[in-house]
Design a protein around this ligand. Sequence first.
Ligand SMILES: NC(=O)C1=CN([C@@H]2O[C@H](COP(=O)(O)OP(=O)(O)OC[C@H]3O[C@@H](n4cnc5c(N)ncnc54)[C@H](O)[C@@H]3O)[C@@H](O)[C@H]2O)C=CC1
Ligand SMILES: O=C(CO)COP(=O)(O)O
Length: 240
Amino acid sequence: MENGHAGKHRVAVIGSGNWGSVASRLLASNTAKLPSFHDEVRMWVFEETLPTGEKLSESINQAHENCKYLPGIKLGTNVIADPDLESAVKDADMLVFVTPHQFVEGICKKLVGKLRPGVEAISLIKGMEVKMEGPCMISKLITDTLGINCCVLMGANIANEIAVEKFSEATIGYREDKEAANRWAKLFTTPYFLVAIVEDIEGVELCGTLKNVVAIAAGLVDGLDMGNNTKVSILLLKAF
Ligand SMILES: NC(=O)C1=CN([C@@H]2O[C@H](COP(=O)(O)OP(=O)(O)OC[C@H]3O[C@@H](n4cnc5c(N)ncnc54)[C@H](O)[C@@H]3O)[C@@H](O)[C@H]2O)C=CC1
Ligand SMILES: O=C(CO)COP(=O)(O)O
């Protein structure tokens, strides 16, 4: 993949909530070490004004911490918060989508015609867009709107645990382009975050999304004190 940056890939993260901040931290720890990536990770911030009156993006760039969505965790000095979407992505050839799913379509529409040629994307977003024509997976929404290849990364990945480097694993789903999937895996893998690749975007994305429906049902079982036998029925999808 020719990226026009003297061989170094540039990464931008679209989203800076709990998972977006943790993903940026993890990616920045790798870009600082791996020679094939530019150090800086640009993180698009949906701008908010904090109770102190300070802008969230300014606070992140000063403290290297997202005090609203990931308090108490240093992101790395090479994570740069940028409240301007166009500016955040303009130099990137690797784009990580990690916003709540309901904002993706609007974000993609703003990005049409603003991306570098050959840019690759990955979605960490759980959920789907439900339209009149039927449900649409988020990776397909990104590919269809922007005309770019989009892998997915999914797993049982509670962001706050990964933030404190508790072990976790995830799977990247890709279509045809194994080289791109391996590049994403290299960018995300750390000793505490193990990443595998599978040539099945839909399977990985659907499993990542639907497991949360099961998780809600399992939580209801706990809340209603229905017991472990009922929970197993839920996990085996027999009680639906
Ligand atoms: N938090 C977690 O442990 C995990 C989250 N995910 C997925 O990652 C995605 C992002 O989740 P979180 O980072 O947890 O979100 P979050 O709930 O922590 O943050 C919400 C984000 O949305 C932004 N936002 C608010 N209004 C907006 C608008 N109009 N347009 C664009 N952005 C807006 C907020 O500024 C904030 O950055 C979701 O799809 C979630 O399912 C996946 C795995 C783990
Ligand atoms: O899937 C998750 C953790 O594995 C979290 O997803 P939500 O943030 O949508 O609950």
